[in-house]
Design a protein around this ligand. Structure first.
Ligand SMILES: Cc1ncc(COP(=O)(O)O)c(C=O)c1O
Length: 389
């Protein structure tokens, strides 16, 4: 890309490049393969949520809401957070409903970071986090987590904090590794944040996708942490409504106010009838819905991981979320990209090259697959992977 005329795109745009996920999706469409690259859920929307949309339109929820969201959604989120996440936000001052968790993260970055501020991000990372940080000229500092359990080295984390560090980003359950941070790990992160006076931004969008009885721990629920933690979540994944764009931040009032101002500036508000429908879902769906969700996805995880193992692509079995990193070292090719193309051509199954999630050479060894697919597509993908043997 060049900037040789006055009418050039910004350096910010130039630094984004084309997403590997989009590139693999296009290659997959061309050969009519099964797209396990993109994190869209092909599963159904809970009927109570789907039906609530028309009802909301009929009731007149068609105009702007308050910048931080409909009161009934903020109240539903406050109750859910107290019950599920173990801390108690004030729906009047702490919660900002935004355009998905993505919009929420972006607003938090705009509200909290100045150019040159350093932000610690664990690797493998969700590339959107890096791009959102880059879009406000913040500087990501990468701390690796290592397979098989994607643990981080406490010393490495401590040493990554400099005089310019302003925050640590935690994504639990994590995309792409499926790591679920334990309470002990979160306590270590919390201790460092307190000692060095840092924010922690937690992306908990997969908070209900947990396997093998593992609990979800929200960092804001740890003693003293609510004041410095920006908790981000949303219903894109839990209600399979990625296209609705409903997410939120929870933060102490002074941070929430700044995040809310950015939300007002960028989006004015999240879509009104969809906010109403999500509130209905939160209020009406019982505990069993969430238990069944985790059970259903654990079965998908097990089925797909077994197929990967049989195909000679050993999986790093995820503890949560709905992605799996498979080791593709034995597949012909030098990079994750070459290997992902090989797998696509041989089997018609598209995954994302590991380079999308790692800075160094580790990415060459991995492909990420998303198993949030219908039973039929998942069965088909498992059969197709057998072509590698
Ligand atoms: C870690 C993580 N955060 C956020 C998102 C996006 O969430 P939303 O659709 O609510 O913007 C995704 C989607 O893939 C994700 O993996």
């Amino acid at each position: 890309m060049t900037r040789d005329t006055r009418r050039a795109w910004s350096q910010r745009t130039a630094s984004l490049g084309q997403s590997d996920i989009r590139a693999m999706t296009q290659a997959c469409v061309q050969i009519k393969g099964i797209n396990m690259a993109q994190g869209v859920c092909d599963t159904g929307v809970p009927p109570v949520v789907a039906h609530a949309v028309q009802h909301a339109v009929d009731l007149g929820y068609n105009i702007y809401t308050r910048f931080d969201g409909l009161p009934q959604l903020r109240q539903a989120l406050a109750r859910k957070t107290a019950h599920y996440n173990g801390f108690s936000p004030d729906p009047e001052t702490d919660i900002t409903v935004s355009a998905g968790a993505t919009g929420a993260f972006h607003c938090a970055c705009m509200a909290l970071f100045d150019p040159g501020d350093e932000v610690i991000v664990f690797e493998p990372y969700y590339a959107y986090h890096l791009h959102a940080l880059a879009s406000v000229d913040a500087v990501p500092r990468i701390v690796p987590t290592l397979p098989p359990d994607w643990a981080f080295d406490l010393r490495a984390l401590e040493e990554a904090v400099t005089a310019r560090t302003k925050a640590i980003v935690v994504n639990t359950p994590s995309n792409p590794s499926g790591k679920v941070f334990s309470r002990a790990e979160l306590e270590q992160i919390g201790r460092i944040a307190m000692e060095r006076d840092l924010f922690v931004i937690t992306d908990e969008i997969y908070e209900y996708f947990l396997y093998d009885g593992r609990p979800h721990v929200s960092l804001a629920s740890l003693p003293g942490m609510a004041e410095r933690t920006i908790t981000i979540s949303g219903y894109s994944k839990t209600f399979a409504i990625t296209g609705w764009r409903i997410g939120h931040t929870i933060a102490a009032p002074r941070w929430a106010q700044a995040i809310g101002s950015m939300n007002d500036l960028l989006y004015v508000c999240a879509p009104a009838p969809l906010q109403h429908a999500v509130a209905t879902g939160i209020n009406e769906l019982r505990q069993e819905f969430y238990v069944e969700l985790a059970t259903e996805y654990q079965a998908k995880r097990d089925r797909f991981c077994e197929a990967l193992q049989r195909a000679g692509l050993p999986p790093s079995v995820p503890q949560g979320a709905y992605y799996v990193l498979a080791d593709v070292s034995l597949i012909p090719g030098k990079t994750g990209k070459e290997r992902a193309m090989y797998v696509l051509e041989k089997t018609g199954v598209a995954g994302v090259p590991g380079e999308a999630f790692f800075q160094g050479e580790t990415g060459h060894r991995f492909i990420r697959f998303c198993y949030a697919k219908t039973e039929k597509d998942l069965a088909d993908a498992c059969d197709r992977l057998a072509r590698l043997t």
